[in-house]
Design a protein around this ligand. Structure first.
Ligand code: NDP
Length: 435
């Protein structure tokens, strides 16, 4: 804590993991003998760099670029790049730390990392976005590689930005390799990668419901965010017969009492991905819906909640509101969207709770499948990738369930995911000596 006292998000993520690992540490003395936890909370390497770029008027700007290479114990560093004004070392260390466990859970050989910049893409022109991505990669390229560190997208980084970064990497190193995932389909991207985090989250939640003999048909679902994860979460929910009723962005949320059907979802996808508009514009097109400025959608009546925007977006009071309104399942599409107070309330009220580490691992898992396709220079069909994703989400669910049970925390997916993710990394670290 002394070393990271100024990193609140990182401490929050570490605290949750360490609490879950108590039963493991007490049963396995080698964890202390090999100082596994002390080593695990320190990133292997942090890179911090200047990103200068020129706006359309000729003015020079300087942003900060980061890459946190957290753990390579079980594979090359892997994790997204985030562009958002709030990005700092605490946020990237929390994300990189969580990524280590998440990637271990995917069953694939992936280490953990995360990167990004405090560059805020809103309101920037195409040219400005491209020049920023090129400048960012002009430094990052020397620290990454297909067998070293393979970044992907995250908040503010989608297919467009990955494309610009990939183009610049290739130009500098003169190699066509799978150094980034989430690439366009025509240059090494995988089918289903854009959908994978949202779909995977719903597959995970479906496994949880199945465990209780239940399913999604007719379930009302509150969703936050309106970006990549939120959109494809809604798409899969619709496919399974559930009824999404909300979306949000940093200005507020929309609530549609009639449900967001496929046609309305297509409008949202066009609004956010093509027109790059704001979610409030939904109510101009569908006037029965309401827009609430400056609030999140946790006061709406829903059976299930899918927080898919950002960290700490469900407070204790909002969690209590969700429970009061009948919410029985929360699956985190975003990373650490529930505050510790919110999680406490969900647990005390018997809400089925899927932590992001497990529930949103479908994205990185499919990135792992993209890496495999790049290595063998083949592309798998949509059905093939989707089947693999479904299978991986079931394995993650079952592994988390079994690990929680084995260590006396039956039904606690937080403990299960942390323990199952940890054990594999800890075993690898033990066998690799003091590194
Ligand atoms: P996008 O940039 O596509 O969408 C993010 C959405 O969340 C936007 O609607 C955005 O609104 C909103 N948002 C972002 N920051 C804030 C904030 N501080 N307050 C309120 N709303 C906010 O990102 P993704 O959908 O890719 O990512 C969403 C979450 O899912 C993140 O936590 C990310 O780490 C996590 N995740 C993503 C994966 C992926 O494959 N993309 C994989 C695993 C996890 P606005 O436009 O106003 O900023």
């Amino acid at each position: 804590k002394g070393r990271s006292g100024h990193e609140p998000e990182f401490l929050q993520a570490v605290q949750e993991v360490l609490e879950s690992l108590e039963p493991v540490v007490s049963q396995m003395p080698e964890i202390q003998e090999y100082s596994i936890l002390e080593r695990m909370v320190e990133p292997e390497r942090v890179i911090l760099f200047r990103v200068p770029w020129v706006d359309d008027s000729g003015k020079i700007h300087v942003n900060r670029g980061f890459r946190v290479q957290f753990s390579s114990a079980i594979g090359p560093y892997k994790g997204g790049i985030r562009f958002h004004s709030s990005v700092n070392l605490s946020i990237l260390k929390f994300l990189g730390f969580e990524q280590v466990f998440k990637n271990s859970l995917t069953t694939l050989p992936l280490g953990g990392g995360k990167g990004g910049s405090d560059f805020h893409p809103h309101g920037k022109s195409e040219g400005e976005i491209m020049r920023f991505c090129q400048s960012f990669m002009t430094e990052l390229y020397r620290h990454i590689g297909p067998d070293t560190d393979v970044p992907a997208g995250d908040i503010g980084v989608g297919g467009r930005e990955v494309g610009y970064m990939f183009g610049q990497y290739k130009r500098i190193v003169n190699h066509f390799t799978g150094v980034l995932t989430g690439k366009g389909i025509d240059f090494g991207g995988s089918l289903v990668r854009p959908e994978a985090t949202g779909y995977g989250c719903v597959y995970f939640a479906d496994n949880m419901l199945a465990q209780q003999g239940d399913g999604f048909k007719g379930k009302i679902c509150a969703i936050s965010g309106s970006g990549n994860v939120a959109q494809f979460c809604a798409e899969k929910l619709l496919e399974l017969g559930a009824i999404p009723v909300s979306f949000s962005d940093s200005n507020g949320f929309i609530y549609d009492p009639d449900g967001i059907d496929a046609e309305k979802l297509a409008f949202v996808m066009d609004l956010k991905n093509v027109k790059r508009g704001r979610i409030r514009e939904y109510v101009e097109k569908f006037p029965k819906a309401t827009f609430t400025e400056g609030k999140r959608p946790w006061g709406v009546k829903a059976d299930c909640a899918f927080p898919c925007a950002t960290q700490n977006e469900i407070s204790g009071e909002e969690a209590a509101e969700l429970v009061k309104n009948g919410c029985r399942l929360v699956a985190e599409g975003a990373n650490m969207p529930s505050t510790p107070e919110a999680i406490d309330i969900f647990m005390k009220n018997g809400v089925l709770f899927a932590p992001g580490k497990a529930a949103n691992a479908g994205g990185v898992a499919t990135s792992g499948l993209e890496m495999t396709q790049n290595s063998i220079r083949l592309s798998w069909s949509r059905e093939e990738v989707d089947e693999k994703l479904k299978g991986i989400m079931k394995s993650i669910h079952d592994n988390a369930w079994d690990a929680a049970k084995e260590f006396g925390r039956e039904g606690n997916y937080i403990a299960g995911a942390n323990i199952a993710g940890f054990l594999k990394v800890a075993r690898a670290m033990t066998l690799q000596g003091v590194v």
